[in-house]
Ligand binder design. Structure first.
Ligand code: GDP
Length: 444
């Protein structure tokens, strides 16, 4: 996950103050020196670092802060507020158009994650607004991009307009726009071509597409892993094309996070979304205040709750609740549940969004091994339909067959069945409103 070492360093710098009863100007200066180094090491733009530390220092050495009863807490609050300001303060959503369709043009270098973002955005619009988007495949220089977009379109049941690779992107956009108007699509998402570097031909083409499509939003997609390069790319795109928003992808990776922290200040363009994985659901609306809390290791409960709501299929959850009550939870439900939990991404990343969990000792040991989940799934899939519905059928010889069929040994199969029975028992007790289950207190 991004920002890991930055979070550690910032927390270290601030925890020194917390241990002191009284905080002096020299203490603040020392803390600011450490924060400055931490930000530079995280690859944050030099000017952004200077501005940020200046603002925090000026506010923190104020008499009312240092003389207050809890100076350390107040200083953490100031750091949080100034970090939020650096990230843009307000949450800025998509620019909606009065006319139909709202047109969103996606630009960026090759490999930044533009096409993937197009799919994620379409999915987001369908889920949140019941939208009927049309995607236009105007990246004719990378033939795979068109196929990639078509595959995403099929997955989402969203139409993708393309004319292959022989027509000019400007013409494709012209015809795609006409089709969207005719079909009354409410959104048009234009996937444009990227290059390895910015060049004049690319910019000219994008300017022509902008002219024809009159987009409400020009979203620049940048890869967080490219650090300062992402900031430079954003700066040039903005100067030449005038972007209205930024999407930062791959924040799930091991990036130091400097790009995310610098882009808003350098370009003035708001960060609107962040990409946190390769799946269609790995998209988050960017909230500067929540991101600041996350960077400072103070957790981000709101995003966690929203993520759970979005990723967890409500209908399935209701069906599950009924099954729990009726005690008819079987192995088919068990694998479905495993799939849902895995779909939410690595558990350790989710836990870090809970305040205070970031520096919990032992958090690194809380890992759900996808291989372990896959093994369990293989065992369930080796059962007959009758066995899946009625676990009581699983006598020793059937267990041996399942072990052989799934490439495991009987001990593992026994362990999995035991675990299934225990969770079933626990669920049934919980569904009866009995929260007084042995072991429950340790879970909470
Ligand atoms: P494009 O050339 O800009 O259209 O880039 P693509 O959409 O083809 O993405 C390039 C690669 O980055 C693909 O392998 C994507 O799966 C991957 N990718 C895109 N967004 C993310 C993200 O948020 N996180 C991770 N880990 N990978 C991503």
């Amino acid at each position: 996950m991004a920002f890991e070492s930055l979070t550690d360093r910032l927390q270290q710098a601030m925890s020194k103050l917390r241990r002191k009863g009284k905080v002096s100007e020299a203490d603040v200066k020392e803390m600011m020196r450490e924060i400055r180094l931490a930000l530079l090491e995280a690859d944050v733009n030099l000017k952004v670092v200077k501005d940020f530390t200046k603002r925090v220092r000026e506010r923190a050495v104020g008499v009312e802060v240092l003389e207050s009863l809890s100076p350390a807490q107040q200083i953490v609050k100031i750091v949080d507020e100034e970090l939020t300001a650096t990230l843009g303060t307000e949450t800025v959503g998509l620019n909606k158009s009065e006319r139909i369709p709202t047109v969103i043009m996606m630009v960026g270098l090759q490999g930044a994650g533009k096409t993937t973002f197009g799919g994620k955005l379409a999915n987001h619009l369908i889920k949140t607004e019941n939208a009927r988007p049309l995607m236009i495949a105007a990246d004719v220089y990378r033939p795979a991009a068109i196929d990639q977009l078509k595959v995403l379109g099929q997955q989402l049941d969203v139409p993708v307009f393309d004319m292959g690779t022989d027509t000019s992107p400007v013409e494709i956009v012209r015809q795609g726009m006409a089709l969207a108007k005719e079909k009354k699509n409410d959104y048009v998402l234009i996937d444009t071509a990227g290059r390895l570097h910015i060049d004049e031909t690319l910019m000219d083409e994008l300017k022509q597409i902008k002219e024809i499509a009159q987009p409400d939003d020009i979203l620049l997609v940048v890869d967080a892993m490219t650090g300062q390069d992402a900031v430079n790319v954003a700066d040039s795109f903005n100067q030449q094309l005038g972007i209205t928003g930024v999407v930062i992808t791959k924040l799930d990776g091991d990036t130091r996070g400097g790009a995310a922290l610098s882009i808003r200040s350098v370009t003035g363009a708001p960060i609107k979304f962040i990409g946190s994985g390769e799946k269609l659901t790995d998209l988050e609306i960017f909230h500067p205040d929540r991101m600041s809390s996350r960077i400072l290791g103070m957790g981000d409960m709101l995003t966690l709750i929203e993520k759970a709501q979005q990723d967890y299929d409500e209908k399935k959850a209701e069906e599950l609740a009924v099954k729990m009550k009726e005690n008819s939870f079987d192995f088919n439900d068990f694998i479905e549940q495993l799939d849902q939990v895995m779909g939410m991404g690595p558990i350790e990343d989710l836990l870090k969004m809970i305040p205070g969990m970031n520096n919990m000792p032992g958090l690194e040991n809380v890992k759900v091994d996808p291989k372990d989940v896959a093994r369990k799934k293989a065992m369930v899939l080796s059962m007959t339909p009758a066995e899946r519905e009625n676990p009581d059928l699983l006598n020793p010889s059937r267990r041996r067959r399942i072990a052989a069929g799934s490439g495991n040994n009987v001990v593992e199969v026994n362990r999995m069945i035991k675990q299934f029975k225990e969770s079933k028992k626990m669920m049934q007790q919980m569904s009866k409103g009995n929260m007084d289950i042995p072991g429950m207190d340790q879970m909470l």
